[in-house]
Design a protein around this ligand. Structure first.
Ligand code: ADP
Ligand code: MG
Length: 244
């Protein structure tokens, strides 16, 4: 890969302290992500996936090390700069969708553009485009409770792309979905990474989704290592029938 990395993570350490107890959630984690890559971050529950994504998306700060996204050092940003990063550079997708219940699908997708003060006509056009990109043009006026889980996550994915982020951070986006719907959501993410040219970091402990990724980062007890995409998926699927 000859281009500059979009994400550089160097020696990141994160320790949670509650009273006398310490949990080392990340141990000197380092890796780079390049433009257009879909990277799966895999590991069982409690391994450090969310903590890692939070450092990269500017939702938390490490105890040591640094994170650079699109040339800017996230780990030394002011709170104002972090807000701008989270609004304009990074798109987030969460396990629980995070939609606003009283807003329609279209209004939810429009929220990041309202925050960015995008002109109304441009916003409306982009909302329509995004809803059709995720196959929901017929559902624009429905509220989240009128949509299925898979449809809600499609709305959340459309919203995450609203401000044309360069990086998509998805934390177990299929964790609340049945396996078939989960597979469809991962295939949608796979297609969008290609068509929109974004880089995506997707945390999951679902082995069946690993095959769609360009690269797989495996995290275990806060230690990150890279594994080949096809290796590992089958043995883990065979040895963990109950899932994580
Ligand atoms: P994953 O997303 O892979 O399930 P997390 O990053 O959420 O893992 O958690 C990694 C470790 O850090 C776990 O041992 C978890 O219990 C601990 N942890 C996460 N968040 C906190 C917190 N706010 N306070 C204390 N410990 C935490
Ligand atoms: Mg998590």
């Amino acid at each position: 890969m000859s281009s500059e990395p979009l994400v550089v993570v160097e020696g990141v350490r994160r320790v949670y302290r509650s009273g006398p107890k310490e949990v080392v959630a990340l141990r000197e984690v380092s890796f780079s992500a390049y433009p257009g890559e879909l990277i799966a971050v895999r590991g069982r529950s409690g391994s450090g996936k969310t903590t890692l994504l939070n450092q990269i998306g500017g939702l938390d700060r490490p105890d040591a090390g640094r994170v650079v996204v699109a040339g800017a050092e996230v780990t030394s940003m002011s709170e104002d700069d972090l807000l701008t990063l989270r609004r304009d550079v990074v798109g987030f997708v969460f396990q629980s969708f995070g939609l606003i219940p009283v807003l329609s699908a279209a209004e939810n997708v429009g929220v990041p553009m309202r925050l960015a003060r995008t002109p109304v006509a441009e916003r409306d056009a982009r909302v329509r485009m995004l809803l059709s990109l995720v196959g929901l043009e017929q559902h624009a006026n429905q509220r989240p409770y009128e949509l299925s889980g898979g449809q809600r996550q499609r709305v959340a994915i459309a919203r995450s792309l609203a401000n044309r982020p360069r990086l998509l951070v998805a934390d177990e986006p299929t964790g609340q979905l049945d396996s078939q719907t989960g597979r469809q959501i991962m295939e949608l993410l796979r297609a969008l990474v290609r068509s929109e040219g974004v880089t995506a970091l997707v945390a999951t402990h679902d082995p069946s989704l690993i095959t769609l990724a360009d690269r797989v980062l495996e995290i275990s007890d806060g230690v990150l290592r890279e594994t080949p995409p096809l290796d590992g998926a089958l043995p883990e699927a065979a040895s963990k029938p109950g899932g994580g």
